[in-house]
Write a protein that binds this ligand. Structure first.
Ligand SMILES: Nc1ncnc2c1ncn2[C@@H]1O[C@H](COP(=O)(O)OP(=O)(O)O)[C@@H](O)[C@H]1O
Ligand SMILES: [Mg+2]
Length: 364
């Protein structure tokens, strides 16, 4: 009995501590004036457009703390494509929303780490910048393409109105005529035939693939340095998927942007990415060049993901899928989160969570 009560009161204390942490983070974030010294920083490597360093984003819920992103670090070099892959729920979207500072407070908070952005005026840590600064960057220097374009396009305005608005916001000096010309150029750039017609159309009059093209056009209209594409083709059928990816790749080279491509589909990554980051339960379990990951994967989870992807010319009776489920995000074990699903699991896996290791024998 006594034990039970002491566990209960310990839980209560823990809960109080968490609420206090959540409140203090929220207060710090919403301060009116944030001194520059709090967010001016240095890049580790000036060739990177973004450096994510030990990022932790938690949700403080009534039933406990969800460590959605739990110590994630990776770099995005300028002009390159970095793919983040992993099963649903592993923290991919929360990572991208942390970069954009779109995590819903007060329950959602970035609790630790840095997101260093190599801006024109010098490196800044996005975790600490004032929201007003972030609003300047969003949809301007850093653009995001979401999974479902219908939810991001406004149904009551024409496609043209919406692209015009995006362009006008970032180029207040242009005349209405110049803006329209630019919008039509954008529609052309994303491969829309008959752009003048589509300019006057409403979103619901377009197919899913066309809408996604429009979204990409809007995201690119301001010539961003970094494009974050969160499952940009998941809602589309396979042939359209390939076209959209091809389009993203072409455009990236035209505007010399970097892409953060988020997907649960390793097949999508093969053609697109220079670097691959594999996430599992809020952590990175493997990262490397795309060639490393495809030719010489090291982690059993990565190998499992690769095996669960259909291959052309390979006859299989049944697609492989990794058995078991991701552990409950509240109360994660202190040992490897993949242990109970892993074919290679052995005694040391039950010990304290391991750190990432560099393998010297990876394919170059
Ligand atoms: N608003 C929220 N409140 C509590 N938990 C959340 C919230 N949003 C996301 N999560 C949790 O964070 C984890 C990561 O989610 P997410 O990044 O969306 O995964 P995905 O890799 O599929 O994009 C999941 O366990 C999810 O349940
Ligand atoms: Mg997601």
């Amino acid at each position: 009995m006594g034990d039970k009560n002491s566990i209960k009161s310990k839980g209560k204390m823990e809960q109080r501590k968490n609420i206090a942490l959540m409140k203090s983070l929220d207060k710090a974030k919403n301060r009116k004036k944030i001194p520059k010294s709090e967010y001016v920083t240095e890049m580790k490597n000036k060739d990177n457009i973004l450096e994510i360093d030990n990022l932790a984003t938690y949700f403080f819920t009534d039933s406990g703390v969800v460590k959605a992103v739990n110590g994630v670090s990776f770099d995005i070099p300028r002009g390159k494509t970095v793919a983040v892959v992993g099963e649903s729920g592993c923290g991919k979207s929360i990572t991208s929303m942390s970069i954009m500072r779109l995590i819903q407070g007060p329950s959602g908070q970035i609790v630790d780490g840095q997101i260093r952005y190599n801006s024109e005026e010098g490196p800044i840590n996005l975790v600490n910048v004032p929201i007003s600064k972030m609003q300047e960057l969003r949809g301007n220097k850093i653009s995001m393409i979401f999974q479902e374009p219908m939810t991001s396009l406004n149904p009551v305005f024409t496609v043209g109105d919406q692209i015009d608005e995006a362009i006008q916001l970032h180029n207040p000096k242009l005349t209405a005529k110049q803006i329209k010309t630019r919008s039509i150029e954008m529609l052309e750039l994303v491969g829309i035939a008959r752009p003048e017609g589509i300019y006057d159309a409403y979103p619901h009059e377009l197919s899913g693939g066309m809408r996604q093209r429009v979204m990409i056009g809007m995201a690119l209209s301001c010539e961003p340095e970094l494009i974050i594409a969160d499952e940009p083709t998941t809602a589309l059928d396979v042939t359209i998927q390939a076209q959209i990816l091809e389009l993203l790749r072409e455009i990236k080279d035209k505007v010399n942007a970097s892409i953060l491509l988020i997907t649960h589909d390793l097949g999508v990554v093969a053609e697109m990415a220079d670097y691959v980051v594999v996430m599992y339960a809020g952590r990175i379990i493997e990262k490397g060049t795309a060639i490393d990951i495809y030719k010489n994967p090291q982690h059993p989870y990565t190998i499992g993901l690769l095996n669960s992807k259909p291959a052309v010319g390979k006859v299989v009776d049944k697609l492989y899928s990794i058995p078991g489920q991701v552990p409950n995000p509240i109360n994660m074990p202190s040992h490897c989160y993949f242990k109970d699903r892993c074919e290679k699991s052995f005694e040391p896996c039950g010990a304290i969570y391991f750190k990432l290791r560099i393998f010297a024998n990876t394919f170059r």
